[in-house]
Design a protein around this ligand. Structure first.
Ligand SMILES: *Cc1c(COP(=O)(O)O)cnc(C)c1O
Length: 295
């Protein structure tokens, strides 16, 4: 797959003698997060291999994974079911409208029941309700997702550092697996719970050439502040690249800050993976009244 890589410039990069390249997997689709295509690829093959015609997965009302699963299931001629955390809230937000439009059946479960989603009893009740399905866990992370994420990085990606936003850690685990041992992979978590994340990632990769930097998670998942909103809008005005506020905004704020603090040795090159996720900016804008790039 040919994916655009764009080098961006900034006076600070010259001063610090670093180069920053952005791998635009966000451009794979205007709405569906780029990394979700990679995470779903081998899951779809496995679903087909097992002869299932329905894909079932889980997520919150703003989930990029729900939007992506609905879209990709439809494009492959599969039915899809989304088990959504919490009550139905009308009018539906952008994410859920998109999921419905792509044929996903939405099934809401209370937050307390949602917590039981991995138990045998809960899964059995879903089987009784919906019949046979291929199950993809919340966030889409499983061994097949990691296999797909290994294709995000290609042999031409030679840079010294690879930066990637982190949710469940599936995407970065694939990237770590495929990186060469001289590269350093840096993850920017968007969710609190650093130690669990570290354990999860270590269960999916044997390589140790990575680091999670936890200083840019802000108030936590989907929590934003004025500084972040200003950063995203300024980044867009300067580089003409739209960032989502949940993942990539925080990562790029982190990268720029680290460059300013001499984190990267002189002469280094950095490849940042722009994973997309722009669809969530719509919901944020509607809910919080802030101004963020929408496309
Ligand atoms: C899901 C998502 C991530 C996080 O991916 P994980 O594999 O869960 O770590 C990062 N960026 C965007 C835009 C996403 O939608």
């Amino acid at each position: 797959m040919k994916i655009e890589i764009k080098e961006i410039s900034h006076p600070v990069f010259n001063l610090k003698d670093v180069r920053l390249f952005i791998k635009r997997i966000d451009k794979l689709h205007p709405f569906v997060s780029g990394n979700k295509f990679f995470k779903l690829k081998y899951n779809l093959l496995e679903c087909e291999r097992k002869g299932h015609h329905t894909l079932l997965t889980f997520g919150g009302a703003y989930s990029n994974h729900i939007a992506a699963s609905a879209f990709i299931a439809k494009s492959k001629g599969l039915k899809s079911i989304g088990i959504i955390r919490g009550e139905e809230c009308l009018p539906l937000n952008h994410t859920l409208r998109f999921a419905l439009k792509n044929g996903m059946k939405l099934h809401y479960v209370s937050r307390s029941n949602y917590k039981k989603k991995n138990t045998a009893n809960f899964l059995e009740s879903l089987k009784i309700k919906f019949g046979d399905f291929y199950l993809i866990p919340e966030g889409g992370t499983n061994e097949f997702a990691i296999q797909g994420s290994e294709e995000i990085i290609e042999p031409i990606d030679y840079q010294d550092y690879i930066c990637c936003p982190v949710g469940t850690g599936g995407t970065i685990a694939g990237i770590i697996n495929i990186s060469n041992s001289k590269q350093i992979v840096i993850g920017f978590p968007a969710i609190k719970g650093f130690e669990q994340l570290q354990r999860d990632i270590n269960s999916w990769t044997n390589s140790t050439n990575y680091k999670l930097i936890n200083d840019y998670v802000g108030g936590g998942y989907a929590k934003i502040n004025n500084e972040l909103v200003e950063f995203i809008n300024k980044f867009n005005a300067t580089h003409n690249i739209s960032l989502d506020a949940i993942y990539n905004g925080k990562m790029f704020m982190g990268i720029m800050d680290l460059i300013g603090k001499d984190y990267f040795p002189k002469g280094s090159s950095i490849l940042a993976i722009h994973t997309g996720g722009l669809q969530a900016n719509q919901g944020m804008t509607e809910r919080l009244g802030v101004s963020l790039p929408l496309e």
